[in-house]
Design a protein around this ligand. Structure first.
Ligand SMILES: Cc1cc2nc3c(=O)[nH]c(=O)nc-3n(C[C@H](O)[C@H](O)[C@H](O)COP(=O)(O)OP(=O)(O)OC[C@H]3O[C@@H](n4cnc5c(N)ncnc54)[C@H](O)[C@@H]3O)c2cc1C
Ligand code: SF4
Ligand code: SF4
Length: 386
């Protein structure tokens, strides 16, 4: 690369944005990482470790490792609590930042206090930072001039209240997969929200929000089978007596060693190939569901202590605004469209690249790989990679 130091703006501080920023910084590129919330790490910073006697390769721990890399890198400036309000082309890009539309925590401005509102990202950032001056949380910096942009603004988890018959938000023991992840991370195990007791009978309903013709969401989210099965196995590991039923359409491959892992799941869990439509309340905050058997369609009533809705990956709520701002396209589902068939990071606007779930559902590992490719393509664009 030329002696002239290049600058790239990365939009979004989830695992994809962190990975892209770090890969660029290793090549000597100066990075401005713009994150609209008050913390780094995106959705995946909330997930639990699903290891039993062995690592289940869920990828969750990669996020803190990458956070550490980014916070230690001297050439990455982190701007939290701000978002892009204006972009103009001038050879490179002139970018105007504005205060984030996401509600800021009610504290005086300052990095430490802002990070305090998310203890996970906060602890990681402060523990590892040797470069606190670079953490510019909530103070909108002067406009940025950059040579390229990587868009890594991620996804929105499906809003489970849209499936009204599951009574999510009304029945305390109907929870989403995201709440399950957060709960295990906080408590070390699964507890019923209504009474803090360990459940004895748990149901997982797969494909909530995904593969749903009525919602017009035909895509598979790829991640909800893996997280549901891994957390189920973790629950079995903690309590071999627990009864877990997984209501599903298809089970997606969970990555390395899947056949052996799935065989173990089949021994430990009950699988029912039917998606129940309603969840009804019972005494003591228990829950009842009706499903039909695969063999002859016989209706069966089953009772559970807790029902987990395996919500999936939806397009980011901000996508239309960002697409207009950056002059790049969305696909028919609302994810960002890649402009080249064999380079899924390319957009219709030269110099702007996609990383992670902005382009569609991905696991943490796949988001990191995509972000690595985005960094490489940005380097090529800047003339610094062959
Ligand atoms: C319930 C659930 C459980 C999951 N469990 C697993 C698992 O165990 N293993 C696994 O591999 N995958 C799992 N996943 C998938 C995993 O969450 C994703 O692969 C990963 O989070 C994608 O990272 P990302 O950086 O693309 O997006 P995100 O995590 O969504 O990060 C995007 C970041 O961009 C920020 N942002 C958004 N808009 C803007 C803007 N306009 N300006 C600036 N910043 C912005 C957001 O605040 C966020 O910090 C799970 C998904 C769900 C829904
Ligand atoms: S990959 Fe997942 S299961 Fe393995 S150690 Fe990391 S967080 Fe735990
Ligand atoms: S990963 Fe599994 S639960 Fe998620 S949408 Fe695909 S098939 Fe359904």
């Amino acid at each position: 690369m030329s002696a002239d130091p290049k600058k790239v703006m990365v939009i979004g501080g989830g695992i994809a944005g962190l990975t892209a920023a770090w890969e660029l910084s290793k090549c000597g590129v100066a990075v401005d990482l713009v994150e609209k919330s008050d913390h780094l790490g995106g959705h995946a910073i909330q997930y639990c470790c699903k290891a039993t006697e062995e690592c289940r390769q869920c990828g969750a721990c990669s996020v803190e490792k990458m956070l550490k890399n980014v916070v230690e890198a001297p050439n990455i400036n982190v701007h939290c609590g701000v978002e892009v309000g204006r972009v103009a082309r001038n050879g490179g890009f002139e970018v105007g930042l504005q205060a984030s539309s996401v509600a800021a925590p009610a504290v005086a401005p300052g990095c430490d206090q802002r990070y305090e509102s998310n203890p996970l990202a906060c602890a990681a950032a402060r523990k590892f930072s040797k470069n606190n001056a670079a953490l510019d949380c909530g103070r909108a910096p002067a406009d940025l001039t950059v040579d390229a942009i990587i868009l890594a603004s991620g996804f929105a988890p499906f809003d489970a209240t849209r499936k009204g018959t599951y009574n999510y938000g009304k029945l305390p023991n109907v929870v989403t997969g995201l709440e399950l992840e957060r709960g295990v991370r906080a408590n070390g195990r699964v507890l019923r929200p209504s009474d803090g007791q360990a459940p004895a009978k748990v149901a997982f309903i797969q494909c909530v929000g995904s593969r749903d013709e009525r919602l017009g969401n035909l895509w598979c989210s790829h991640v909800c089978c893996p997280y549901a099965l891994r957390v189920s196995e973790l629950m079995k590991h903690h309590n071999p007596e627990i009864e877990i039923t997984v209501f599903y359409m298809d089970i997606q491959n969970t990555g390395n060693n899947f056949p052996a892992f799935y065989e173990k799941c089949k021994q430990d869990l009950q699988f029912v190939r039917n998606i129940p439509v309603d969840v009804y309340p019972m005494e003591n905050d228990r829950l009842r569901m009706r499903y039909t058997t695969e063999s002859d369609g016989t209706p069966v009533d089953a009772e559970f202590d807790m029902v987990v809705l395996s919500i999936g990956i939806m397009p980011g709520l901000d996508n239309q605004r960002i697409a207009t701002l950056l002059e790049i396209g969305l696909d028919a589902d609302g994810f960002f469209q890649s402009a080249e068939r064999f380079n899924r990071t390319a957009t219709a606007n030269n110099g702007i690249f996609l990383a992670g779930t902005v382009g569609g559902p991905k696991t943490i590992a796949a988001s990191m790989a995509h972000a690595g490719q985005a960094a490489y393509e940005a380097m090529k664009y800047l003339g610094g990679a062959e």
